[in-house]
Every structure is written in C-alpha cells, then in structure tokens.
Design a protein around this ligand. Structure first.
Ligand SMILES: Cc1ncc(COP(=O)(O)O)c(C=O)c1O
Length: 487
C-alpha cells in the first residue's frame, strides 16, 4: 500500500500485485476475466485505492505479457461493473468509493442522474473492438464493388448457416437473409405474411414491437397467456386459441422470452410446433435471446427442428450477444418462403451494412466465446439485481430467469406500473411500463427490470424503486398519457 503513488500506479507495480497463479489456475473462462477479477480484488481489499490512475492498456499488457486486447477487455469489464472509469484524454481511474458497487444508500446526485432502464440492451461485448479492427482491414477489398449485398454477404450467410447446422438444423446460405438487425427481419416477415384481417397468435406478455407491427399490417393479435413457471401449459392454450380464432400466423420466443423469461422445454416446443403446423399456422420464431443462457443450462433443440421446414420462419440477431449498435440480424427459412421475404425486404432496404457484416463474420467464427463472455457479465448483473431486489423490494415477485436480460416482476397490491413509471421518471429513472408488453390493459401489475446496465446504475435504480414503492403510489389518472389499469 505505502509503496503506491497517491494518484497513479505504474504497470510493473500493478503487474507485481497480480497473482500469476490465480490466472494460471483458472478452470476455463477467458484470461481477461481472470485479470479483471485480480484487479477487482486489489480494489476491494484496498491495495489499489479509489481514484488511483491505472496504467495504460499497452503498458500493462507488456508488464503482464498478454495482448493489449486482453487488458482492454479486462478494463472494459471493470468499467461495466462500475469499478473503474475512463476519463477522456486523461486515462483510466479506480471509481470513487461512493460509486463502487455496494449495498449502501444512494448518493444525492445519483438520484437525479438519468438511468435508462427502458431497453434490455447490454453494452458491447469486449470482443467487438477486435472484430471491427478485422473488418476495417477487410473492407478495403470491397471498395471496388457497389457496396450492396441484397441478401447479405455470402460469407456471413454461410457462417449463419453453419451456426444452425451446429444446432442440428440442416441449413445452407440459401436459407439465410441478412437484415439490419432482427427489427428489420421481423418487419419483413410480418409484412410478407400478414394478410389484412389476419389473426396472429402471440404469447402474452410479448415483445411490444410485434403487437404494433401486426396492427400496422392490418392484422389482429390473439394473446395466449404464458406462465414461465408452467411453460408446458402453453401448448394447450395455444391449441385452444388456434381452434377458436383460426389464426394464420404465430409469433413466439421459445428461449428466454422477452419479457417473461419463459423457456419452452424440449417436448413442449415439439408439441407446440406440431400443433401450429396442424392448424396450418406459420410460426415466426424470434431467437434473439436464444443464446443468452447464463447458467450453463444445456441448449434445447431449436423450435421447429422436428417439424417440416415450411412450418417455421426463424429470426436471429447478434444485438444481445454482441451489441445493439451492430445492426446485423437475419431470417432463416425454407428457400421458397425466404424468397418471398427477400422480395419484401428488397423493397425496403438495399443492404445491411457491409462493415458490420464483415465484423459479424469474425464474431460468428468465435460465437461460443461470444456467448460465454455475455453469459459471464449477465450472470453477475442478474445475481446483483436479484439479491438487491429481494433485499430492497421483498414484496415484488419474480422468477429468477436462467437466461435473457431482464426480470419480469409482479408488483405488490396497490402498485401500478403506469404510476410507478411516471413517478420514477421524475426521479431520473426511465422504465418501460408493463402495459407495453401486452394488448389492451394487461400487465399494469407487472414491471420489467432489465439487468443490462452497470451494477452501480442497477443499485441506484432499485434504491429509487424501493423508496417509491414504500412511499405508496398515486393512482394513475384515467385518460392520462399513461393508461389507467383495469386488470
Ligand atoms: C425479442 C426481441 N426481438 C427483436 C429485438 C430487436 O433486435 P435487433 O436489435 O437485432 O433489431 C429485440 C430487442 O430488444 C428483442 O428483445
């Protein structure tokens, strides 16, 4: 301790404090996480004090004899956790004690800081920067072309096809259309298959964009309740809804549904897929969260794998495993169905970004690592959120999801999400009201809490909610911009 400069620590000094045996003896897991753990240990036990300036990435990488990217990833991981922060032009510092992750109370100015919890969108994977560097090298080779790839770059379609084959679904590049994120994929698929007046089965709660789009294309949503505790009951409910409403389309999220977190077990998804096919319903499967498992729970056979290929159109994206700012998604479908979607998409969009696609090829080439890294960060954030919620909001009920990016909470009696969200907003905390995830006035008694922000931000958000929750909520005004709840 005494040997430290009060405001800075050199790379050799810091490297000497890092226990090399703990890095060597790690059972799996990327090296950068080992370095991040060691640095966190040093901060926690006070060997590196608050507001100490840390060495530059390159200097530390030389002292530790690792790549600069490894140190950059370790720093990034610590930044995401709130342990350190980068100050533009002046380096990286250990966070002040007041902002270190803790169970302590909220500091005054944090209360008014804008805390965006509307979206469940994580910060960029530490693997992204490298992928962009490779893309920057490769892209010059494309400059002689016109720059459009209407179905997507062949290399990317091939890597996405290989990803599906790896999951047990025979797929070639001809089954893949690359889009600008899953949002464009959902839009193109719904635009292609939603006839005016069509009924579309949706699980309830569901991803809000879909409800809006179905309406835009003149369709009608038929909500089918899903209980993440009893996902197997969903098949009978969907079958009943199919018999009663004669839908032609269904939109489901079988893995870590947003927002409920529900995951359909193997037999359930097989039965559901077969049931939809029997009713001649085309199922749109949104797998944007499919690779967000946190607890090493084994992958489950993809929805539709055991049903004829024409029964299912699947949507994927790397927005959640990698970064939402990288606009790469896709549609996987039987070639005839895909041709129709491709024709629709071509009327709206000439091509997804070539640069992002080149980076995506890199990332798909190490997708297991991409997934593992995301799982590691999400697990820490989820566990932090769960522990804090249980401590500070013990009346809020939720199931701990084994994947995904949010908790779906049932609110205690007397608290309405619409009122809570309005009140939280005035304290600088932005949340999505429960009503957004349903049709009509459903889910005003639910609140989605994403665990995609830094741990200090999560702590601050929950502290605000705990105060509001204990203060009692005003009744929302009927007809106000936040709809009154009648559930
Ligand atoms: C279920 C679901 N589908 C699609 C999307 C959109 O993904 P993208 O960013 O790839 O457009 C999201 C983003 O939150 C999502 O949660």
């Amino acid at each position: 301790m005494d040997s430290f400069d009060a405001t800075a620590i050199s790379a050799p000094e810091l490297a000497a404090r890092i226990d090399p045996s703990s890095l060597r003896n790690r059972s799996g897991g990327p090296l950068y996480l080992g370095i991040a753990d060691e640095l966190r240990r040093l901060i926690e036990n006070g060997e590196v004090t608050a507001q100490t300036r840390l060495p530059a990435e390159r200097a530390l990488s030389i002292s530790l004899d690792v790549s600069r990217v490894t140190v950059a990833s370790a720093y990034r991981h610590l930044r995401e956790g709130g342990w350190i922060s980068a100050q533009r032009g002046s380096g990286t510092y250990v966070s002040p004690t007041s902002s270190l992750p803790s169970w302590g109370t909220l500091g005054g100015d944090r209360e008014t800081a804008d805390l965006g919890f509307v979206n469940a969108s994580p910060s960029a994977s530490p693997l992204l920067a490298d992928a962009y560097s490779v893309a920057a090298e490769k892209i010059t080779g494309r400059f002689a072309s016109g720059g459009y790839a209407p179905s997507g770059l062949l290399e990317l379609r091939e890597s996405v096809a290989a990803y599906y084959r790896g999951r047990g679904i025979p797929t070639t590049a001809d089954n893949i259309l690359v889009t600008s994120g899953a949002t464009d994929a959902i839009h193109a698929v719904l635009a292609t298959f939603t006839e005016p007046g069509a009924r579309v089965l949706i699980e309830h709660p569901t991803y809000p964009v879909v409800v809006e789009l179905v309406h835009t294309f003149g369709g009608r949503c038929i909500p089918v309740p899903i209980d993440p505790e009893k996902p197997e009951e969903f098949v009978a409910s969907a079958d009943r809804a199919a018999r009663q409403s004669a839908p032609t389309l269904a939109y489901f999220m079988p893995d870590f549904s947003n927002p409920s977190g529900a995951r359909l077990p193997l037999q359930t998804r097989r039965q559901l897929s077969a049931t939809m096919h029997r009713h001649a319903i085309l199922t749109i499967v949104d797998e944007v969260a499919a690779d967000l498992s946190m607890d090493d729970s084994p992958d489950i056979e993809p929805f539709g794998a055991a049903t004829p290929d024409i029964a299912t159109v699947t949507i994927g994206s790397i927005s959640k495993t990698v970064w939402g700012g990288m606009r790469v998604g896709w549609v996987r479908a039987e070639a005839g169905l895909l041709a129709r979607v491709t024709a629709t998409y071509a009327r709206r969009q000439l091509s997804a970004s070539i640069f992002d696609q080149l980076a995506a090829v890199e990332l798909m080439g190490k997708y297991d690592e991409v997934r593992r890294v995301r799982a590691d960060t999400s697990r820490v954030a989820r566990d932090h959120t769960v522990a804090l919620m249980r401590d500070r909001l013990p009346d809020w009920q939720f199931r701990v999801p084994e994947g995904g990016l949010a908790l779906w909470c049932s609110l205690p009696d007397g608290i309405r999400s619409s009122a809570l969200v309005a009140e939280a907003h005035s304290h600088g905390l932005l949340l999505a009201p429960g009503l957004r995830f349903g049709t009509g006035y459903a889910f005003d008694d639910h609140q989605r809490i994403p665990f995609t922000r830094s741990l200090p931000d999560i702590t601050s958000a929950i502290e605000i909610l705990a105060r509001l929750s204990s203060a009692g909520m005003p009744t929302p005004v009927v007809g106000s911009s936040t709809p009154a709840a009648v559930v």
